[in-house]
Design a binder for this molecule. Structure first.
Ligand SMILES: Nc1nc2c(c(=O)[nH]1)N[C@H]1C(S)=C(S)[C@@H](COP(=O)(O)OP(=O)(O)OC[C@H]3O[C@@H](n4cnc5c(=O)[nH]c(N)nc54)[C@H](O)[C@@H]3O)O[C@H]1N2
Ligand SMILES: Nc1nc2c(c(=O)[nH]1)N[C@H]1C(S)=C(S)[C@@H](COP(=O)(O)OP(=O)(O)OC[C@H]3O[C@@H](n4cnc5c(=O)[nH]c(N)nc54)[C@H](O)[C@@H]3O)O[C@H]1N2
Ligand SMILES: [Mo]
Length: 684
C-alpha cells in the first residue's frame, strides 16, 4: 500500500506530520511520523478522523445552486456555476465597481497556495476585504511591542523549565503534543501553575490553580511584579542591560498590592503571594500564554504585564525560560512580521479596500458604502458560526445580492449561499505549510485525486480568470493552471531564494526553518525602537492609544461595572476551544460525535441551584444580542459567576455561542474580544 508523508494544515499549534496509507483512491490509515520532534506521538483523534472526513457521505462533491426562494440546493454543472459567477462579477464590476465584491477568507486551512485568492481579486480590479483576526492579534501585537518579535524557544525546550505557567492556555486539549514535554519537566521535579477561570485537564498536575474572575489577569501580573520588586526577587543586571522603562513600570505597580489584586480578581491573596514566590525563587521560568485572556477589551495591556514578569526576573533568552505565545520562526516566506502590516484598515494601492473589521463583520458589512457591498465570496471560513454577533452577521450576509461559498460541508455559512462550490481537502492538493508553535516547514502532499467534481480553489480561480478575460501578464506566476506539475512549479517559485527548502527534500519529511533559533532571543537582540525589552512603549501609545506602561482596566462587559447590562446579565460567558474539534470543523463526523454528541453549557452547582437548573436540564443562555438553547451540565470546575460552552457548534447542530458575543475589538491588534460577553441563563 503506498505510504505518503504529509502534514495537517488545520489552524492548530501542533501542525502534525503524519504518514498516510492510500489504496484504490481511498485513505486507509494514518500513522505517526518520527521526523517531527514536536509531534512524534502522532495525530490526535481529529487527525485520525480524516479517514472518515475525506470520504464522508455528507461531503459536498458538486457545485450546488439554491433553488429559487427555497432553502434547498440543486446540483449544477461547473459550466453553469462558473457562467453564473462570471456574469455577476462582470455586472458588479461594471455597475458598482470591483470593491462591491467582498472577499472573506479565514483560517480553515493553511498554505502558500491560499495567496492565489487575493491575486485573483487584484487582477479582477480589486475587492473589499477584512482586517484584524479572530484569533491572536492582541497577543501578537503585545509581544511585538515588548520583545520586538513573535518567536519562542523550540517546543521541546519546555522540558528544561523548572517552573511552567500555563496562563489562559489549555494544552491538554489545544496543544496535546506539548504535554509530552511538560510531563517530562514535571517528572524531573518542575512545578506547574495554571491560571484559568475553568479547571481544565491541563491543571491535573498543577501545584497551584488560580481561577481569576475573567478578564482580570492584568491585575494579577501587576501585583506579582510589585511583590517581586518589594522582595528584591528581580534580576537587576538583566534589567540594566536589556530592559527599557523599568522605572516607569515599577512606579505603576506600586498601586497594585496583593490585597487590591485579590479584591479585583476574586483570587485568594495567599495565591498571589505563592505565585510571586515561585516566579521569584525558581529558575528558569517559562510562561506559556494561551489565547484565553487575550480575547478581552483589555487584553493587549494584560499580555504586556505578563511578559514583564519574565523581563524583570531575567527569564528570557535562556534554555527553559521565556515567553511562549506564537513562534513565527517558521514563517520564512513573509518578509513582514509586523501584525499591523498584516491587518491594516486601509486601501494601500487603491485596489483592495481593507476596510471591514473581521471582529465587527456584520456591522461593518452593513455600514460599507461607496460602493456598498453586493456580493460575498467565502472560502476557508465559517463566519456565521465563528465570528462575533451571529445575528448581525446573518443579517449582513442576507442583505447582499449574491453569495458564493467554497466549502467541504453544508455549514451554517454554506446554507446562506446562492452557489456552493465544492472544496478540496488537505489530501487533494499539494501545498507548503508552516506552524506557529514548532519550527518545521512541511509539504502537505497531494495523496489522491479530489473525489466527485471537487476542484481546488486555484483551479476555480484559473477558470474564472479565463472567462473574465484576464491577460496572461495579470495572472503569470500568480494563478497556476490546473495540474500537479503547475502546482509544484508555483510552490518552487515561492521557495526560490530558500535553497535549503526544495520540494524534493520536503517530500522526505519536515525541515527546520532556515535561521531557526532554538532558544529565542539568546543573542539578546530585541527589534524594538530602543533595542531593549520595552516595558515603556511609546509605540503602543502612538498606534493604539493605550497607556505606554501596561495597566489594568476592567473589560467593557464586567459585572464590576455597575450598569443596566451587568444587572441584567450577571454571568461571564466563556467560549473556549475543545479537544475533538478545530473550531467548527469535525463535529459533523460520526467518530467525533460519539464522544461529543451535543452542545452543553457548563455551570457551577451553586449557580445552578440559584437559577433552579438541574443537571441535564434544558437552558437558555441569552443577552440583548441573542440566545442559544442547550442542555446544562453541572461542573465544580467552572468558576462561580461563569458559564462555559465550547465554540464551534453549528446552528444546525444546536446553536453557536456567537449569538451572544459582541462584535468588539481588543485594545490593541484588532482582535476579537469574544469573552467580553455578559449573559444570563435560565431553565426553559
Ligand atoms: N465565541 C468564540 N468564537 C470564536 C473563538 C472563541 O474562542 N470564542 N475562537 C476564534 C478563533 S481562535 C478562530 S481561529 C476562529 C476560527 O474560525 P474559522 O477560521 O472560520 O474556522 P474553522 O471552523 O476552523 O474553518 C472554517 C471552514 O473552513 C473549511 N475548510 C477547511 N479546509 C478548506 C479548504 O481547503 N478550502 C475551503 N474553501 N474551505 C476549507 C472548513 O470546512 C470549515 O467549515 O474562530 C473564532 N471564533
Ligand atoms: N483541539 C483543538 N486545538 C486547537 C484549536 C481547537 O479548536 N481545538 N484551536 C487552535 C486555535 S486557532 C487556537 S486560537 C488555540 C487556542 O488555544 P488555547 O489558548 O489553549 O485555547 P482557548 O480555549 O482559546 O483558551 C484557553 C483557556 O483560556 C481560558 N480563559 C478564558 N478567559 C480567561 C481569562 O480571563 N483569564 C485566563 N487566565 N484564562 C481565561 C479558557 O477557560 C480556556 O481554558 O488552539 C489551537 N488548537
Ligand atoms: Mo484561533
Amino acid at each position: 500500500m503506498p505510504v505518503y508523508t504529509t502534514a495537517c494544515p488545520r489552524n492548530c499549534y501542533s501542525t502534525c506530520t503524519m504518514k498516510v496509507h492510500v489504496q484504490d483512491g481511498r485513505l486507509r490509515r494514518i500513522e505517526p511520523h518520527q521526523g517531527n520532534k514536536a509531534t512524534f506521538e502522532g495525530p490526535c483523534l481529529k487527525g485520525l478522523s480524516y479517514v472518515e472526513r475525506v470520504h464522508s457521505p455528507d461531503r459536498i462533491l458538486h457545485p450546488l445552486r439554491r433553488k429559487s426562494g427555497s432553502a434547498d440546493f440543486e446540483q449544477i454543472s461547473w459550466d453553469e456555476a462558473l457562467s453564473a459567477i462570471t456574469d455577476k462579477l462582470l455586472y458588479y464590476r461594471e455597475t458598482f465597481g470591483p470593491q462591491s465584491v467582498f472577499y472573506y477568507s479565514a483560517s480553515g486551512t493553511k498554505g502558500l497556495i491560499n495567496a492565489v485568492g487575493m491575486d485573483f481579486w487584484r487582477a479582477y480590479g480589486g475587492c473589499t476585504t477584512t482586517y484584524g483576526d479572530l484569533c491572536w492579534p492582541a497577543g501578537l501585537e503585545a509581544t511585538r511591542l515588548t520583545l520586538g518579535e513573535n518567536k519562542h524557544n523550540a517546543p521541546w525546550d519546555i522540558e528544561n523549565a523548572r517552573l511552567i505557567i500555563l496562563w489562559g492556555k489549555n494544552s491538554s486539549e489545544t496543544n496535546i503534543h506539548q504535554t509530552v514535554y511538560i510531563n517530562r519537566a514535571l517528572d524531573a521535579g518542575a512545578k506547574l501553575v495554571v491560571i484559568d477561570p475553568r479547571r481544565t485537564e491541563s491543571s491535573e498536575r498543577a501545584e497551584l490553580l488560580i481561577q481569576p474572575r475573567p478578564g482580570t489577569d492584568g491585575a494579577i501580573a501587576l501585583a506579582v511584579a510589585r511583590l517581586l520588586i518589594e522582595k528584591g526577587n528581580i534580576d537587576a543586571d538583566f534589567i540594566a542591560d536589556h530592559v527599557a522603562g523599568y522605572d516607569e513600570f515599577a512606579a505603576r505597580v506600586e498601586h497594585f498590592t496583593a490585597e487590591r489584586a485579590a479584591e479585583i480578581t476574586d483570587v485568594p491573596v495567599s495565591y498571589i503571594h505563592r505565585l510571586a514566590e515561585y516566579i521569584g525563587t525558581v529558575k528558569p521560568v517559562t510562561i506559556n500564554a494561551g489565547f484565553g485572556m487575550q480575547r478581552y477589551t483589555n487584553s493587549g495591556q494584560t499580555m504586556r504585564a505578563m511578559i514583564a514578569l519574565l523581563a524583570i526576573t531575567g527569564n528570557i533568552g535562556e534554555p527553559g525560560a521565556g515567553w511562549i505565545f506564537a513562534n513565527l520562526q517558521g514563517d520564512v516566506f513573509d518578509a513582514v512580521k509586523d501584525p499591523i502590516a498584516f491587518y491594516p484598515p486601509q486601501t494601500p494601492d487603491g485596489v483592495v479596500r481593507v476596510s471591514v473589521s473581521t471582529c465587527k463583520l456584520g456591522q461593518h458589512m452593513l455600514a460599507t458604502d461607496n460602493p456598498p457591498l453586493k456580493m460575498i465570496w467565502v472560502e476557508r471560513g465559517n463566519p456565521v458560526t465563528q465570528n462575533p454577533d451571529t445575528n448581525t452577521v446573518l443579517r449582513a450576509i442576507r442583505s447582499l445580492q449574491f453569495r458564493v461559498v467554497v466549502e467541504q460541508f453544508m455549514t451554517d455559512t454554506a446554507r446562506e449561499a446562492d452557489i456552493i462550490l465544492p472544496a478540496k481537502t488537505m489530501f487533494e492538493q499539494t501545498d507548503v505549510i508552516w506552524a506557529y508553535w514548532h519550527p518545521y516547514i512541511q509539504l502537505k502532499q497531494k495523496v489522491m485525486d479530489p473525489p466527485g467534481e471537487v476542484r481546488p480553489e486555484s483551479e476555480v480561480y484559473w477558470h474564472l480568470a479565463r472567462r473574465l478575460g484576464f491577460s496572461d501578464t495579470d495572472t503569470a506566476g500568480k494563478i497556476p493552471a490546473p495540474g500537479d506539475r503547475e502546482i509544484d512549479a508555483y510552490l518552487e517559485n515561492k521557495l526560490a531564494g530558500l535553497p535549503q527548502l526544495t520540494l524534493d527534500r520536503l517530500r522526505e519529511g519536515p525541515l527546520i526553518a532556515p535561521g531557526h533559533q532554538e532558544v529565542a532571543f539568546a543573542d539578546f537582540v530585541f527589534a524594538t525602537p530602543s533595542g531593549k525589552i520595552e516595558l515603556l512603549s511609546h509605540e503602543a501609545n502612538r498606534r493604539w492609544g493605550v497607556d505606554p506602561v501596561s495597566d489594568f482596566t476592567e473589560p467593557v462587559e464586567s459585572v464590576r461595572r455597575r450598569s443596566d447590562e451587568s444587572d441584567k446579565y450577571p454571568f461571564y460567558m466563556m467560549t473556549p476551544n475543545t479537544k475533538n474539534r478545530i473550531h467548527s470543523q469535525f463535529n459533523n463526523l460520526h467518530m467525533i460525535r460519539q464522544l461529543d454528541p451535543k452542545p452543553l453549557v457548563l455551570i457551577h452547582p451553586d449557580d445552578a441551584a440559584r437559577k433552579g437548573i438541574a443537571n441535564g436540564a434544558r437552558v437558555r443562555i441569552f443577552n440583548d444580542r441573542g440566545q442559544v438553547e442547550v442542555d446544562a451540565r453541572l461542573d465544580l470546575g467552572v468558576k462561580v459567576g461563569c458559564v462555559s460552552m465550547t465554540n464551534g457548534w453549528w446552528i444546525s447542530q444546536g446553536g453557536t455561542v456567537n449569538f451572544c458575543s459582541c462584535g468588539r475589538e481588543t485594545d490593541i491588534g484588532h482582535g476579537a474580544a469574544f469573552h467580553d460577553n455578559l449573559v444570563d441563563i435560565a431553565p426553559v
